[in-house]
Design a protein around this ligand. Structure first.
Ligand code: IVH
Length: 662
């Protein structure tokens, strides 16, 4: 009897707490005081402590239950999470509207305009009304399982009312301005570098290994898509937004159905004017065609839907005073003058520094220390100085130092170049930058090897080239400041894991000027191995897409330099990946299978079908041959279908593909 009443009380408390959380965190309309809420929460905690057998994962007490993690598991998305094309001004929005109208050929249609929150997209999966998995966008095909962290977001419902057995809410995770400012103020107190913007801070919080860290960062989640089996469930976008809100998700109330361009422009202008009054950062307005049937008719390009666009607001500008100009030494030895500013908020973020690029730029701007200048911040780019607003009364010119401020080495500016460089290849500043770049997330991804550790490794002479990273020993690491046995072992483990990073990461990590993430990817795909790239002459290199004379010369020069050749050899000895494994994944549901697509599929755009096949390890080619495993055919197929029938190759439709993908 007693147990029954306790169970009842627990359930009632949970329902009441959930209702007040929804009122507070989702609707911003609290009905009770924080103290009243706390009393109920404490009662629930007490009852659950007395009856641990009654604790369930969706209880409001269980948001921060997860344990710290080693890392995140990669999970494929139910369908690609693609990005949006941008319209950078009104004319480009007009063009988008023209294209949509042309393609819809006179049909009437509506748009939905929403604020473009500047955060990270995430997919939250629900089964039987409970959130059971949240996945970051990742590369769009595969993301990271951040469920434990997502549970700590108070506006993310752990339990929803819905008839759907399983569905997925996609939306944006953001850090509101207030949480961002609080976090940066705390970091400053602890002498930690501040986050550049709320988006970066949110990314850090969402990927924190310790869920309680995520919880303390006060993120919010806004839902904007509802999917079942990777596809939109309702017939219109507007309907799905309403349905999400009804289920208990936070859906941005600042949204509008627009009949045409004029109303869209009005919405965009309105929010551009009011953006700073919002409690979070936005960088534009997202415009979507409302009807899902019409969305399907418009289809997708490889990267983005043709039925939606992001209207981006122009950069935000403010004026402030340049208090000083100092130089920073980068990883190629380039000295970059950086303006130290009287703090000013631009678009809700406090800015204290702006880059001045080089001497020519300073001359072009005519800027001197003490001047009042206009600075501009656009998205997460470091702010830049636009022009001088007013010359300072006691202004003084900046002079590029003749000696490197870090190593004292000679500073040289080559004929025809804008940059001044420290020519000491052993300059610790250069070395630190290149080691940090090598170890960075998205490059060799050596977790734990942040700036503080790199600083120590370089200053103590333990790392004189990135190859030395792979010779580090436990004893060496243990000698460093604030380094315990556990962290040292972990770092060695992470270093070891980095040996497996694919070739494009290794190439990017080398720090060849002009070879970033994208070019590295293209080079790896075109040439297949590091040796092939190292040996190619400039003409051959230029056969790769997007590689012109500047890039090819830089690559040649890099591999010509004996020091770099030695570095490459040592990295080979260390067991890094020098060969490029072509896209095909093993182990996916479609590993090793080759598909040809023909005709129009009922729901999936061709690019989407392709992406899904590829993310399951399959390959899509353009023509049917004996090597083809399946021909995926939709309406109005071409001659490929005849060819398939001739060769006796199985022909499947979209439903069969979806079944195979499962
Ligand atoms: S729709 C394929 N709606 O903006 C559709 N995105 O530039 C993609 N974003 O990756 C997303 N607010 O991170 C959509 N109301 C909104 C959004 C939104 C912010 C972000 C999202 C997306 C990026 C695209």
């Amino acid at each position: 009897m007693r147990a029954k009443t306790v169970e009842r009380e627990i359930e009632e408390l949970r329902d009441t707490l959930r209702r007040h959380e929804h009122l507070y965190y989702v609707l911003d309309q609290p009905e009770i005081s924080d103290a009243e809420y706390d009393v109920m929460m404490r009662r629930l905690q007490q009852l659950e402590a007395e009856h641990p057998e009654l604790v369930t994962a969706d209880s409001p007490t269980q948001r921060v239950g997860g344990k710290p993690r080693e890392g995140f598991v990669k999970v494929p998305h139910s369908s690609p999470m693609l990005s949006l094309d941008n319209a950078l001004n009104e004319e480009e929005l007009r063009e988008f509207d023209r294209r949509v109208r042309d393609l819809l050929d006179g049909q009437s249609f509506e748009y939905v305009a929403e604020l473009k929150l500047d955060g990270l997209s995430m997919a939250a999966h629900y089964r039987d009304g409970r959130m059971h998995q949240s996945i970051t966008r990742g590369d769009g095909l595969v993301g990271e399982d951040v469920t434990e962290n997502a549970r700590t977001i108070r506006s993310m419902p752990l339990k929803v009312k819905s008839d759907l057995a399983a569905f997925e809410a996609r939306g944006e995770t953001i850090m509101p301005r207030r949480s961002f400012e609080k976090l940066n103020a705390e970091r400053e107190k602890q002498q930690l570098p501040p986050f550049a913007n709320p988006r970066n801070a949110a990314a850090g919080a969402l990927r924190a290994l310790e869920p309680s860290v995520t919880a303390s960062r006060q993120l919010e989640y806004f839902a904007y898509f509802l999917l079942v089996d990777g596809r939109f469930y309702y017939e219109s976008h507007w309907e799905s937004l309403d349905a999400l809100a009804k289920m208990g998700f936070k859906v941005n109330p600042r949204r509008k159905k627009c009949a045409g361009l004029a109303e869209l422009l009005e919405f965009c202008r309105e929010w551009e004017g009011k953006r700073e009054s919002l409690p979070y950062e936005i960088d534009g307005v997202v415009v979507k065609v409302d009807s899902v049937r019409q969305q399907q008719a418009l289809g997708w390009t490889a990267k983005a839907p043709r039925w939606a666009i992001a209207f981006k607001f122009p950069a935000q500008q403010r004026s402030t005073t340049i208090e000083n100009i100092e130089v920073q030494v980068g990883r190629t030895g380039t000295l970059t003058p950086v303006a130290h500013l009287a703090p000013v908020t631009v678009g809700g973020v406090t800015v204290t520094r702006a880059t001045l690029h080089n001497e020519d730029e300073i001359a072009r701007l005519g800027v001197e220390i003490g001047d009042e200048v206009l600075i501009e911040r656009s998205g997460d780019v470091i702010p830049k100085v636009v022009r001088v607003v007013k010359q300072g009364a006691e202004r003084r010119p900046f002079r590029m130092p003749k000696h490197c401020p870090v190593c004292g080495g000679e500073v040289v500016r080559e004929e025809g170049e804008a940059a001044s460089r420290c020519i000491n290849t052993n300059c610790p500043a250069r070395l630190k930058e290149s080691v940090s770049h090598f170890a960075a997330r998205g490059v060799m991804d050596i977790d734990g090897m942040g700036d503080v550790l790199v600083d120590q490794l370089v200053s103590r002479g333990l790392v004189k080239s990135v190859a030395d990273i792979y010779d580090l020993t436990l004893d060496q690491l243990l000698e460093l400041e604030r380094m315990g046995q556990k962290s040292a072992e972990k770092i060695l483990k992470n270093i070891d894991a980095s040996r497996k990073r694919p070739l494009p990461r290794v190439l990017n990590g080398l720090g060849i000027p002009f070879v970033g993430e994208r070019t590295a990817q293209i080079l790896a795909e075109t040439f297949g191995s590091l040796d092939a790239i190292a040996q190619a002459d400039e003409e051959v290199l230029q056969q790769a897409e997007e590689v012109g004379p500047k890039v090819s010369e830089s690559i040649r020069q890099f591999f010509h330099e004996p020091r770099n050749r030695e570095l490459v050899e040592r990295l080979r000895q260390a067991g890094l990946t020098f060969e490029h494994a072509m896209r095909q994944k093993t182990g996916g549901a479609l590993a090793g299978k080759t598909f040809v697509i023909t005709g129009t599929l009922p729901n999936l755009a061709r690019e989407e079908a392709k992406a899904r096949i590829e993310s399951a390890g399959g390959k899509v080619t353009g023509s049917v041959s004996k090597k083809t495993d399946y021909v995926l055919a939709g309406a109005d197929p071409g001659s490929k279908l005849d060819k398939a029938n001739q060769l006796g190759i199985p022909v499947i439709g979209e439903p069969e593909l979806l079944a195979l993908l499962k």
